[in-house]
Design a protein around this ligand. Sequence first.
Ligand code: ADP
Ligand code: MG
Length: 313
Amino acid sequence: MATESTRTFLPASGSVLNGRFQLEGVLGSGAEAVVYRATDSRGGRPVALKVFRKPADDGGQRREILIQRKIRQRGIVALRDYSHHADAEGRPEFAVLELVEGSSLKKILSAGAADPTLVISWAESLLKSLAYIHSRGIMHHDIKPSNILIPQLPAGRFSTEAKLTDFGIASSSAIPCTSSGYGTAHYMSPEQADGGVAGSAGDIYALGLVLMESLTGTRPFPGGAIESLLARTLRRPTIPSVLGRRWAALIAAMTAVEPSERATARQALHLLRRVQHAHFRGHLPDSVRDIGQDRHRRSLAPNGPAVAETVAA
Ligand SMILES: Nc1ncnc2c1ncn2[C@@H]1O[C@H](COP(=O)(O)OP(=O)(O)O)[C@@H](O)[C@H]1O
Ligand SMILES: [Mg+2]
């Protein structure tokens, strides 16, 4: 029989939580939670309901809620409300989040590289979001494609704005992270791979790898988790020359092995301006502008990515 700490709590679509939230289907899932599309009967508004798989036993969910409720930034999924267990600890059962009608970056990249024009604008919103949280002493610790959501516009095109989500292992100066070895192997910074603690520079590193993967369609450090982790403690990612020198300068600054040598979010935004200028003045090699365009166009076709998806963490 499942014990309290191993119990998983996954309500069926169609059920109503707290007499208020009608579940309409699964939007995605990760290691910690299943996220449902739901309608809030108070006001009839559609929302995303993040239902935690297990009752909180290490304060993790509580920390996620405490950190995310402090954040008000359009590039970060807004926490609207949360529901508690009826226990004395007040542990949350689910979080009510702003619904992002669209797709995770992970799903988009499963079809190959993304349109570089979009990657530039997603980089801008993600770097602004990192600048915002880092200036408030908050670190995300789990930047990866499945935690980045891209809204889809009514015409089927992807928004130029990216939204960061999942503060499940975030920390702040006021609310430190207690778990060790956090993060996902393929996007983990060298200092974390080495067993150390990552600061804000760890988020910059992970985003550097995500941007490179978005432009090329492949992970910068392939191979198994151990091989990939070891490689990044020894060297920077190899940036394909086809990306051009301005992207190379930005990604190199974000992925320096030494955290103290890495760009801050603000410095990276400055380097991104140079990528933008070159791109919009047509100075990038054509091959870069063409990367992934075909596959991307296909993904925007009428039968393009569905809103609902199941994404492994
Ligand atoms: N607000 C949202 N709107 C739409 N889809 C979402 C939203 N939040 C999460 N998802 C989907 O659910 C998946 C898992 O959510 P996440 O918060 O990352 O859970 P976990 O902490 O278990 O990793 C995401 O990758 C995404 O596909
Ligand atoms: Mg996640």
